[in-house]
Design a protein around this ligand. Sequence first.
Ligand SMILES: [Zn+2]
Length: 356
Amino acid sequence: MVPGSSHSSSQTWFGKSVAPGESVNSELLITESYSSRDVGISLRVIRGLRDGPTVFVSGALHGDEINGTGAIRSLIADNDLQLTAGTVVLIPVLNVLGFERHSRYLPDRRDLNRCFPGNASGSMATRMAKVIFDAIVRRCDYGVDLHTAAVRRTNYPNVRADFRNPDCMRLAEAFGAGVILDGKGPKGSLRREATLADCPTIVVEGGEVWKVEPSIVECMRRGVLNVLKKLEMMEGDPELPIGQVKIRQTKWIRAERGGFMDLHVSPGSTVTAGQPIATNSTLVHQDQNQLLAPFDGIVIGMSTLPAVQPGEPVVHLGRLAGAKSARRVEKHSQADEVQRTAQEHLSTNIQIVDPN
Ligand SMILES: [Zn+2]
């Protein structure tokens, strides 16, 4: 508390004072570089005039996944994020050292997103995780962590949340990506450990590495604003799709033969059991085999590289409750401009051909 203040007082974020109604840039020092320089995470802290929850929104926890960085930067640049209550901590790049190398990993080849809640006397990665966890996560009530698919893959926008945690579900539904996948996240991941530490956190996946894709940025921007509206930190109601689908089971459909894939589906497509999803042929177009959908589902991710060897992932399918559910999901996503645009944009990146 600031002496003499009776209500919402000034907060301090890494040495910078942030009064109610203020928006301030700050920096969290997390390590030192090989050349003895301080290495810090740049962030923006925005406060509403009234008291309320504290929420972090992070991008590039995997240093090459920068769609979230683009979304957060656009939220910082424009005037849409008018906070009336609480505090938002916007972190465009959480994994600064990975980001500097355009890499998912830290220079010691560790995945920062498997190192939470961290260890002050452990490896470089776990020490950084510890600083982030103690300085940011433990001060927050909720979190939204923005990701993309890994290299050579793309994801249709989806939210990942622990269905057994009502607070996570509330955030996931409020985000409004249209597709919500069940799971606690891997051990040591930010969202799993943050949720365990009483900061319910969701992950959002969309698009590819090394890109800021306009349709994914739009989905992530809308989602973050929706969450803040749901938590009554902003005025207005969340802008939600007319229906969202919850998925409990997903499966990677993998190549059986080495060869070149003709893909028959695009990110966000719904499929029915037995439908051809990709045909594998040799470089001179002799047919090898066809991959069929094992169940009624929706394409939540796929490879962007058509050359495959046996066992390599081709299409990531989320299981739907049946053909009727697939038709309903299709109708709902087509009725939502953000989802429809994402589906259109992502499909232009991949050559889709009709099966023979
Ligand atoms: Zn990631």
